[in-house]
Structures are given as C-alpha cells and as structure tokens.
Design a binder for this molecule. Structure first.
Ligand code: PLP
Length: 389
C-alpha cells in the first residue's frame, strides 16, 4: 500500500538539495560561528550569507532578521518580549482569535500571570478580521497586535495592511505569524508594514528547529533567554549554522518554484474539494475559496469525530490531520473553527488535508475513492448524525 502524505502544513520532508547544502556544516565546517579562528569564521560567513538570502526574500535588512529555533520561539519572543519591553507603560495586548497556540498561549500567560488585559480580534465565517473591529479594540494602552498572515488550519490569507494601519495610528506595534505563508505566497514585510514577522523552515522543505524573527530596525523587544551575545543578545545560544544554511536553501527553492507550485496546488485543491463535496453529503469547506494558501483544505464532515476519520484514513495509508486537539481523552473542537462560528457538530468533524510538491492527482483520486465509505461507516455508528433529507 502506497503511503499518501497530506499533512504538509504540519511539516514537510527536507528537500535533498537542502540536505546537500547543510551536510558540510554538520561535519567538516563544524566551527562555532562565534569563535574567532578560521573554523568559526567559516561558520559565521555561512550564517551571514543565509541571513542575507532570507532577508532579501522577505524584503528586510539582514540586520533586522534574528535566527531562532522556529516559529514557536519567534512568536513567543514577539508576544512576551514586546509586553515585557512595555511593562509599566502599556498593559493591553490584542491577538487574533484564530492564531496558532504559539501566539495565543503566551498572550494568555500575560493575561493570567502578568496583569495584561487580553482581547481577541474576532474573525468572520471565513477567518478574516476587519480593521473596523480592530479599531474598536486598540487603545494607546495596547502594546502589541498580533494577527497571522496565513492560517495553518484553514489557509485563510489575511489582508494585513489595513490592520497594520489601524495599529500604527495608535502607536502600537504589529506582529504577524507568517509561518504558513513564507515561501508559498509573497511575503514582503516592508510592504505589509509590520514591525515583526515570524518565519520557519520546516513548512517549506527545510529542516526542523530553525526559524527567524524579523524585527524592524528601531523596534525593541526584550529577550526571553540570557547567556550570550549571539543574535545581538536578542536570542543567545550557539548559532545553528547548518539549520540556517538549510533554511536559506529551502527558501531559495521555494521562491524558484513558487508560481508553479501555487498553480499546481490550486488546481489539485479545486479538483479535490469539488469531488469530495460532490460525492459525500453534509460536507463543507471551512475557510474561503479565494484568498487562501491553496495547499490547505479544511473540510467538515457533519456527524463524525475528526480524530476517528484521521485514524480510519491512516489505516488506509493516508496521513491527514483533524482540526481538533486531543486533551485528556476528550476531543475539543478547533478554536479556529469555533472562532469562525462553526457549530460544534461541524467543528468536531473537521479534517485538514494539506498538499505538497509530491501530491499527485492519482493520490487524491485514491482518497476521493475511499472517503465516502469511511465517512459513511462512521456516520452509521454516530449518535449525532441524522441526515436531513
Ligand atoms: C501558523 C504557525 N505558527 C507557528 C508554528 C510553530 O512553528 P514551529 O513548528 O517552527 O515551532 C506553526 C507550526 O505548526 C504554525 O503553523
């Protein structure tokens, strides 16, 4: 049985070209980039070349890009680091209701433990937030507004510009989590006007454990770690040279392929969505048909548990994910879908299929062929499913 991987928003395999670019920095050129000798200088040159390459893609100065261990850390630095910087002067933070937990949880921590007031910026039924709604929430006590660029569960691509304008009008800082958009669609931090942006390598065929935070020149955020002068003291710790080299190579490849990949995945996604909706009753697409990263398809199959579908498809060699997080045995519907107003019964039955470069129409046809039976059987056993005719 061929394995079909449709969970590319969770992570991707490392591109062989990326592996080749990284290998020298794992053994021969292993120097510590902060050492002054030749081994160290080799590492430093590779690190700075990688920084330059990535900065040029997102349109910032290399000096504005800090390497981190990934998206989670970058989000935490942006949220906690900004709040700590403004402590005593500002005590309010706004984050999108559909943010990744890497933004939501540090924001909730600030609210529970550091007396910050937290507001969630609502999203509409397709996952979009409006500048008008933000205007009602933002005040001159607000330290930070954080709204993601592309949503990891639904693919919704937010129009960041209008939100930034409202934020800056109150002299507040704006951060965007661009983990799911970087390399897949255009991400230009200057054009978006953001003060900070989070990026990571492993969603675009780069290695895990390396990411970055863009911090606009002049913006000050407190570090989370202490103990070294690396990354201008914003992120101390021996630099991950091989990771940075891999990240730069992965982004270079992603940019080279961006247009073709976008077109191919749009075609495949449209095909898949239409076929699934056409062959199974009571299915809906969560998120917009347009203004989305096309590789993300989130669908609700009413009356079934998403986790059960994931397990049943796994037995058939298909890897996908459910939008729900399994906490102490109980499946909680996704906070993203709840924020979009989905009813519990459809949020509970949500499945995310995320496409990648290796996805073929034959693979999707196989999924399309097995899905009706899988869903049908689970619905037969479901006390919640009563088909309305
Ligand atoms: C939108 C978003 N932000 C942040 C993260 C966390 O990134 P990392 O896995 O690099 O820590 C993810 C990963 O799932 C994500 O999808």
């Amino acid at each position: 049985m061929e394995s079909i991987y449709l969970d590319h928003n969770a992570t991707t395999p490392v591109d062989p070209e990326v592996v080749q670019a990284m290998l020298p920095y794992l053994s021969g050129n292993f120097g510590n980039a902060s050492s002054v000798h030749a081994f160290g200088r080799d590492g430093k040159v590779a690190l700075e070349n990688a920084r330059e390459m990535i900065a040029s893609v997102i349109n910032c100065e290399p000096s504005e890009l800090y390497f981190t261990s990934g998206g989670t850390e970058s989000d935490n630095i942006a949220v906690l680091g900004t709040a700590h910087r403004f402590k005593g002067r500002k005590d309010h933070i706004i984050v999108g209701a559909a943010e990744h937990h890497a933004v939501l949880e540090p924001a909730e921590y600030l609210a529970h433990s550091e007396d910050f007031k937290l507001d969630l910026l609502p999203v509409d039924g397709e996952g979009f937030s409006s500048p008008e709604q933000l205007k009602e929430l933002v005040t001159d006590r607000t330290a930070l507004v954080s709204v993601m660029h592309a949503n990891n569960e639904t693919g919704t691509v937010q129009d960041i510009g209008g939100l930034v304008e409202v934020t800056h009008a109150k002299n507040c800082l704006f951060h965007t989590d661009a983990v799911q958009s970087t390399g897949k669609i255009k991400v230009d931090v200057k054009r978006m006007g953001v003060d900070m942006a989070t990026i990571t390598a492993h969603k675009i065929y780069g290695p895990k454990g390396i990411g970055g935070l863009y911090v606009r020149a002049g913006v000050k955020v407190s570090p989370l770690f202490y103990g070294g002068a690396h990354e201008k003291k914003r992120r101390p710790g021996t630099e991950n040279v091989a990771g940075a080299v891999g990240f730069a190579k992965a982004l270079e490849i992603a940019m080279r392929r961006q247009e073709d990949d976008f077109r191919n995945m749009s075609e495949l996604a449209d095909y898949f969505i239409d076929k699934v909706i056409g062959s199974i009753p009571d299915v809906m697409l969560n998120g917009p048909r347009k203004n989305r990263i096309p590789q993300t398809m989130n669908m609700s199959f009413n009356g079934v548990e998403g986790e059960s579908v994931v397990l049943a498809l796994d037995l058939k060699g298909i890897a996908c994910s459910s939008g729900s997080a399994c906490t102490s045995g109980a499946t909680e519907p996704s906070h993203v879908l709840k924020a979009m107003g989905a009813e519990a019964v459809s949020a509970q039955g949500a499945i995310r299929f995320s496409l990648g470069r290796s996805t073929t129409r034959d693979q999707l046809d196989y999924v399309i062929s097995v899905l009706p039976e899988v869903i049908g059987k689970l619905r037969e056993m479901s006390p919640f499913y009563s088909q309305q005719k």
